[in-house]
Design a protein around this ligand. Structure first.
Ligand code: FAD
Length: 377
């Protein structure tokens, strides 16, 4: 179903039309093959970059789309409705560009942002470590000061686009009480990546660990000041969480659409299953959940676009949208009955993909922690 969106202007309507066109032609046709074979869709991100979809919320002076977050997130939602892995990777790329724009010097911005925003350089975000996920401040990867730069030593974990990205927003310890952010090249000497994790879902985009063995990063690779790393990481994640909320909403919308189509065809006891009230009400609850998920991320995005604080609303959106995606995709499997439990239909994949959304970019327990801390202020 084409979602009837309230968009701010004709430019945004044209952008959403373009996105749907690309999503139908480039994503929907390739998704099943790559998710089943667990293969990366080489060339696809270049196509998204050429269409201008990889730098949408960034300023036009650096080659970005100059779009409000409200519009960017609806583009992400449309991508996710066709291919969650690609939407998540697009959201993570956008997150990885954030430290350069928000904390980079004018020289760093003009040197790197145009290639990043055009998709000529694809980004990853490397905060997590094997022993430091929710507790990001416990990270141990070190950046030791040496002449002209830093030497990076340690292990990172769970990097979306690991081993494929051209650059990483890397967070490393520059002192006992100091964490800093670096723009690390993907091809640095002394940087190696582990084998892709064998995940439950999001099979088409690899997630890997990374091992830093004294790789050298020049001074110009430091973003912001030494010691500003956690502030950068958390402010980036406020925006990133909205990207995940939009991904979850798109996934839930796709599951709802497939469930409704099936329920209009499948017959039991002499009528379409959608006409059995017990099942019609299940679909109604699914639709209400999807609308709520969309409303929460749009509320947070509009606050962000207006320059208002939005951290609490971003956590609410991530929590509501991803819990909704889990429930709606599980219910979609129920609507399909036994067939829903097979790989013949996409709903089983949607259910597997929804699960990770409750976990990454801050688990939903951590979102509740953020929200309750705001309430306690
Ligand atoms: C597919 C995938 C892609 C990912 N991509 C990236 C990426 O690109 N970049 C990146 O940096 N990271 C990435 N991650 C890592 C992800 O963000 C972490 O897995 C996540 O933050 C949770 O950390 P953890 O796995 O160490 O779990 P833990 O922090 O060990 O948490 C375990 C459990 O304890 C709960 N818990 C922990 N602390 C508290 C608390 N204070 N109160 C209540 N409950 C708590 C958690 O909610 C969770 O249920 C990815 C992970 C996956 C699986």
């Amino acid at each position: 179903m084409t979602v009837d969106r309230l968009l701010p202007d004709q430019d945004a309507r044209d952008l959403l039309d373009l996105t749907r066109d690309i999503a139908d032609k480039e994503l929907a046709r390739r998704v099943d093959e790559h998710e089943r074979a667990e293969t990366y869709p080489h060339g696809l991100f270049a196509t998204l970059g050429e269409a201008g979809l990889l730098g949408l919320p960034y300023p036009e002076e650096y080659g970005g789309g100059g779009q409000p977050y409200e519009v960017y997130l609806q583009v992400i939602e449309e991508l996710a409705a066709r291919w969650a892995s690609v939407a998540v990777a697009t959201s993570v790329h956008t997150l990885a560009c954030f430290p350069v724009l928000a904390y980079g010097t004018p020289e760093q911005r003009s040197r790197w942002l145009p290639d990043m925003l055009a998709g000529r350089l694809i980004g990853g975000y490397s905060l997590s470590e094997p022993q430091a996920g929710s507790d990001a401040a416990a990270l141990t990867c070190r950046a030791d000061r040496v002449e002209g730069g830093y030497r990076i030593t340690g292990n990172k974990a769970w990097i979306t686009h690991g081993g494929i990205a051209d650059f990483y927003a890397l967070f490393a310890r520059t002192g006992d009480r100091s964490i800093s952010c670096f723009l690390a090249p993907g091809a640095a000497d002394g940087l190696t990546f582990g084998r892709p994790e064998e995940k439950m879902g999001l099979h088409a985009v690899p997630t890997t660990g990374a091992h830093w063995d004294g790789a050298f990063l020049e001074d110009e690779r430091l973003l912001g000041e030494e010691g500003q790393g956690l502030q950068i990481a958390f402010s980036a994640l406020d925006s990133g969480r909205l990207g995940i909320a939009a991904c979850a909403t798109g996934l839930a919308q796709a599951a709802l659409d497939e469930a409704v189509s099936y329920a209009k065809e499948r017959q039991t006891f002499g009528r379409k299953i959608i006409d059995h009230q017990g099942l019609g009400f299940l679909l109604a609850d699914m639709a209400a959940g999807v609308d709520c998920a969309r409303a929460t991320y749009l509320d947070a995005a509009r606050r962000r676009d207006a320059g208002l604080p939005y951290s609490r609303q971003a956590s609410v959106a991530k929590l509501v949208a991803t819990d909704t995606a889990m429930k709606v995709t599980t219910d979609a499997v129920q609507v399909f009955g036994g067939y829903g439990y097979t790989r013949e239909f996409r709903v089983e994949r949607y259910m597997r993909e929804a699960k990770i959304m409750q976990i990454f970019e801050g688990t939903n327990q951590i979102q509740r922690l953020v929200i309750s801390r705001h309430l306690a202020k």
